[in-house]
Write a protein that binds this ligand. Structure first.
Ligand SMILES: [Zn+2]
Length: 75
């Protein structure tokens, strides 16, 4: 997996986020793989060998969580 640099993280999120509604970059999410709470805008993007792009946990590559592993953090 190679990390790719996203220039406009808000625009990329709106175009690639797999669920509705698309969160704002300042929303907080929790990754159930590494248990950390982070701002959505801190996400990283990695590509696999097929060029498929994945929105990943800010702690990637140490954490293998992707956007589907994010839940709303408890207040
Ligand atoms: Zn994580």
């Amino acid at each position: 997996m190679n990390e790719i640099k996203i220039e406009d993280k808000e625009k990329y999120l709106k175009e690639h986020y797999p669920f509705k509604p698309v969160p704002e970059v300042y929303d907080k999410k929790k990754c159930i793989h590494c248990d950390s709470v982070f701002y959505v805008g801190d996400y990283k993007v990695f590509t696999d060998e097929l060029g498929e792009e994945y929105i990943c946990c800010p702690n990637a590559p140490e954490c293998d969580g992707t956007v589907i592993d994010w839940i709303a953090p408890k207040e």
